[in-house]
Ligand binder design. Structure first.
Ligand SMILES: [Zn+2]
Ligand SMILES: [Zn+2]
Length: 237
């Protein structure tokens, strides 16, 4: 079956995410735009995923626990997990390797933590938008250990992407699926990277972009596991 997805959405926990990116606003916007599945992918953290999962409970919307990890090489990698617990374990590894630099609200934006009522329950003090000390290879190994899947993010972008920073996609790293940005031409890039599955997501930092790519993924079962298995499979969408 086909699921309409958006697998790259930031909450207001990302300093660059607007404060309106709350759990209820995100879930309601996703449902309004006819999405079947979303992933919450804040920079180097998964701390708002639980609230989004709680809001989506009882609706048809699938929410995948995730994060957008920045490797030592300054490459952004979307990491999706079947279970929230696994995402938290991954975050523990990330926080050990994330420089302890304080966020500056006024300069970078607030990093807000929510409960399922959209109440602000705290702020993450450490700046989340910085490179971890983990290499791409180390991130991939850790994510695989936690039974997650890695997707190089916005590969068409001139910065923070695997292509811009490495010049290529290492063939020995088991990365069967790539993400292109909402600005990219899907057909052109799907042709250029025909040995890969290509996903196109919004990288929403504000509500208006959620679901804007309107892409679908073919899965065997409508579940987080079904989606992760599909992303791990080595054949084009
Ligand atoms: Zn990014
Ligand atoms: Zn992003």
């Amino acid at each position: 079956m086909k699921l309409t997805y958006d697998f790259h959405i930031h909450t207001a926990l990302s300093p660059c995410g607007e404060n309106s990116m709350t759990p209820n606003n995100i879930v309601n916007m996703a449902l309004l735009n006819g999405l079947d599945a979303i992933a919450i992918t804040d920079h180097n953290t998964c701390q708002n995923v639980e609230a989004v999962l709680q809001v989506a409970k009882g609706t048809e919307l699938i929410v995948i626990p995730g994060m957008e990890i920045e490797t030592k090489e300054e490459i952004h990698i979307l990491c999706l997990f079947e279970e929230l617990e696994a995402a938290y374990k991954m975050q523990e590894c990330i926080f050990q390797k994330l420089p302890d630099i304080r966020n500056k609200d006024k300069l970078f934006g607030e990093q807000l933590l929510f409960n399922s009522e959209d109440d602000i329950i705290g702020k993450e003090e450490r700046l989340l938008t910085q490179a971890t000390e983990l290499s791409l290879n180390e991130v991939i190994k850790l994510v695989q250990f936690h039974k997650g899947v890695c997707i190089p993010a916005h590969i068409d972008r001139p910065s923070y992407s695997i292509i811009s920073n490495l010049g290529m996609i290492p063939s020995n790293m088991n990365l069967p699926t790539l993400e292109i940005s909402r600005h990219a031409n899907y057909e052109t890039l799907a042709k250029q990277f025909s040995n890969y599955s290509i996903l196109q997501s919004s990288d929403s930092h504000e509500l208006g972009f959620i679901g804007i790519c309107n892409r679908q993924i073919e899965v065997a079962t409508k579940s987080v596991r079904g989606i992760i298995e599909r992303i791990n499979a080595n054949h084009p969408c």
